[in-house]
Design a protein around this ligand. Sequence first.
Ligand code: SF4
Length: 273
Amino acid sequence: MSAKPKLRSIWVFHLNTGSCNGCDIEIIDVLTPFYDVERFGIKLVGSPRHAHAMLVSGPLTRQAYYGAKMAIKAMPPEPRIIVAIGTCTCSGGIFYNGYPVYRRPESGREGNEYPRFGGINELLKDLRDEGVKVGPVIYIPGCPPRPEEIIYGIAQLVGLVEKKLSYQHYTEETSPFRLPEMPIEERIRLTLREKLRHVVGYLDRDAILEDFMKLVEKAEKSENPKEELRKLVEEYNSKQKDMRIVFCMKLLESEYWRVKDAISAGKEFVYWI
Ligand code: SF4
């Protein structure tokens, strides 16, 4: 929605509705002297009763719902501007179908449907249903949005710049989502890599995986790759002093065949990532 309220100075209240703190740090950033959003007449206030605009962050958890509702209702009825900062606030973000996130009953909870439901939008619909007037809403997506993007959104709010993008409704026809096709080996490697992350973390996984893939390469050239890989892993493990590496190699061996067999059988969703 285009918003050009005739205000020379806007008092804002910052409301966290369950954010991970990433967006909040960026909001604080634009208020500090480096970005100095006060030069546009934006002033942070300590109570929603004094605020023209509410800077909201977070996906709107169930716990935050009633507090957020009271805070918005406490704002003066005009202009009651909402600035949704961050992807979570715009659409629920990565938390959009999580249990703790508030969604209107008719919004449903399952699936990857677009537009995604969640965030302050769900509360605004409730408020409008109750007859509460809510003014213009500015959406500033990003996880978190950079300070420049927040300033750009605010510049739109005070009418300093025009909006460049327009709303587009997403459908499967306009933009079908497909998983990128990769060589099967790469798919297996990435799945194993992710599996290893759970066991040994980010730091060691690549070195272990590299060693394992060398054994796979050798085994796949033989007549009986399964048998050969088992032998090669045993041989490799017999030289190891660290039991964690021994465990990882055995795990990778069984995981390799599990993923490979599933892909050969045409099964989907064998990814860990
Ligand atoms: S948009 Fe990203 S940074 Fe902001 S609250 Fe959500 S997860 Fe955190």
